[in-house]
Design a protein around this ligand. Structure first.
Ligand SMILES: [Zn+2]
Ligand SMILES: [Zn+2]
Length: 348
């Protein structure tokens, strides 16, 4: 088969790889029908994720058909159309028993395209298949569902649910990339009073308006704190969601919330940020961090199937699997290409 192989920092290569096989009796092998590229894959290509070694097949998001299952797999069978989640779950460790699959101690967690070969391939082996895949209903497309492998549950669980967004809240979302846009969409489920989105790229702020932001602020040209204060009678936002992953945007998120406010960090950070306790020690803030668990994936599948959220507009570019290297080029230069999410399919 063909697969997208990490060859060290720089562009990966779409090339021949061995066909995956069942190794454990809880495995499934899945034919990949739709797959996407994540911002995390770009971090890997920069060499920021040292556990990923040369020769690794990348990718942790896919929709496909089961071709083979191990003897212990009970809930899926060959021919089933399934979502392969970015998080695998052993199902029996103390974290899995608590629904915190991202922290799995039994060999799961984020392993696909990280510690084992991933989904950017014609076929993928999925460990702990019963707990790491979801059978898909009729009436939803492969490309919609692949948005639910990582970005939607990440924004929803680590952003909206962790921050406890409530009706009437003013929600400030910092960063209008795919994660920020998914946060707008899922914040809207809770009837917030305002969804304010902050970025420095006008094209992304325009996208934020289409996804349901009612106010956008360009942080290069406008006073973020001033405008948020104006909209909240000087109090600050009820909730701030950090969806960038830099020290400056984290510190801004903490500054933007009112006393008693909640800050949810979703961004992946590579450098220390300063927590200004001298300013906030008495402000009753809640600050949360997290890796997605994907416990909300069944809910999100229902929301898409019932047309309560529309994830299709996140997809700006489509490719066939054979054009994987082009897809990486487009996805890694969003300033030039306007790319939000790219989807690659078997039959394009
Ligand atoms: Zn990802
Ligand atoms: Zn586990």
């Amino acid at each position: 088969m063909k697969a997208l192989i990490y060859t060290g920092p720089g562009m990966p290569s779409w090339t021949d790889a061995p066909q995956p096989e069942i190794l454990d009796d809880t495995d499934a092998v899945v034919r990949v029908d739709a797959v996407t590229i994540c911002g995390t894959d770009l971090h890997i290509l920069k060499g920021d994720v040292p556990e990923v070694t040369r020769g690794r097949i990348l990718g942790h998001e896919a929709v496909g058909r089961v071709t083979e299952v191990g003897a212990a797999v009970r809930t899926i069978a060959p021919g089933d159309r399934i979502l392969v989640s970015c998080i695998s779950a052993c199902g029996s460790c103390r974290y899995c028993r608590d629904g915190q699959y991202g922290q799995c101690l039994g060999g799961g967690g984020w392993i696909l395209g990280h510690r084992i070969d991933g989904t950017q391939a014609e076929y993928v082996r999925v460990p702990f298949a019963d707990n790491s895949t979801y059978r898909l209903p009729e009436g939803v497309s492969d490309e919609e569902m692949v948005m639910l492998a990582d970005i939607l549950p990440t924004s929803y669980e680590v952003g909206i649910l962790a921050a406890g967004v409530r009706p009437g809240d003013t929600v400030a979302i910092i960063g209008a990339g795919p994660i920020g846009l998914a946060a707008i969409m899922t914040a809207r489920l809770y009837s917030p009073k305002h969804v304010i989105v902050i970025d420095i790229a006008d094209s992304r702020l325009e996208a934020a308006l289409k996804f349901g932001a009612d106010t956008v602020i360009n942080a290069d040209r406008q006073s973020v704190r001033g405008l948020v204060a104006q909209m909240t009678d000087g109090l600050g936002a009820d909730v701030a969601i950090e969806a960038v992953g830099t020290p400056a945007t984290f510190e801004q998120a903490v500054q933007l919330v009112r006393a008693g406010g909640r800050v949810a960090n979703v961004g992946v950070h590579g450098a220390p940020a300063t927590l200004h306790l001298e300013d906030i020690w008495g402000k009753n803030l809640t600050i949360t961090t997290g890796l997605v668990d994907t416990h909300a994936t069944p809910t999100l599948i229902d929301l898409v199937a019932n047309r309560q959220i529309d994830v299709a507009p996140m997809i700006t570019h489509r490719f066939s699997l054979d054009d994987f290297e082009d897809a990486y080029r487009v996805f890694s230069t969003p300033g030039d290409t306007g790319a939000l999410k790219v989807v690659l399919t078997r039959h394009h």
